[in-house]
Design a protein around this ligand. Sequence first.
Ligand SMILES: *Cc1c(COP(=O)(O)O)cnc(C)c1O
Length: 323
Amino acid sequence: MSDETPVRLGTWPTPLEPAPRLARLIGLEPDDLWIKRDDLTGLAGGGNKVRKLERTAGAALRQGARTLVTSGAPQSNHARLTAAAAARLGLDAVLVLKGSPPGAVSGNIALDGLLGARIVWAGDVDQAGLNAVLDEVAGELRAEGAAPAVIPFGGSSVLGARGYADAGHELLAQAPDLATVVVAMGSGGTMAGLVHALGADRVLGVDVGAVPDPVRVVLDLVGGLAGPGAPDPPALRLRRDQVGAGYAELTDAVRDALTTTARAEGVVLDPVYTGRAMAGLIAAVAEGDVRPGRRTVFLHTGGLPGLFGHGQAMEHARGLVTG
Ligand SMILES: *Cc1c(COP(=O)(O)O)cnc(C)c1O
């Protein structure tokens, strides 16, 4: 078995479902728009991080790790799924999260606890500060003999991104006439893997504001996937108009995208990633960047647990229920 052979954590292939009512509402023909359901990847709440963890956690296991360690935002889907992967593989999980212990536990944090992860609260730190705490925690675990393996932020190493190169091929088998796949861009591995498999022209990324230089992050991963000597990385299609006031803040466009998608198709998006990706798709159709008569696939990358941990999204829902 090569060092890159994945472990199995999910259920594949994920479904590709039509979204004709939503298509019509946003200005496409009914048969144009399909949703690739990577929210249904099978492990603890699902989502795109499962494809990456099959590779990164697989490598950790083969290297003799007994503890998976990772970092993220308080409502990190990646941290929750790392905890779930550890449980599935018989390993311990330690999650280094930004912020301090919340008064009320909700969303992904509740699942982290149920899944048996230990959470280390890193305080009010930036990315460098978070990495410093992560290094410290990994060092302590090593000293204790807990054999830690650090899973990168968002699972977005070149190894993790290969999970989405595979997903690109899986999608092409389901939709050979694919013109554009629309995807949220956070730590970049998902978009990078798709660009590697499908070409930059067919991937429309929507930045969520998780990293300061998203173009550089994706290009570096694409370069790593292609290997040395590959031609210069292509120009990316990456929208940066949906970030709004920042990663954790709900925008009006995302509010509309969440409500419209739920009511048109019975599909629930999350306020940080997939809601922004849908808002980006709606804007791209309005501008003529995504056009009727061609196959568009919206990649649903999961995040439902995060909806229940997002104060502004719950406030929006409360307004819909109580009028
Ligand atoms: C992490 C995440 C993304 C973004 O994927 P990256 O590979 O980090 O860019 C999109 N959607 C959801 C729900 C996520 O949790």
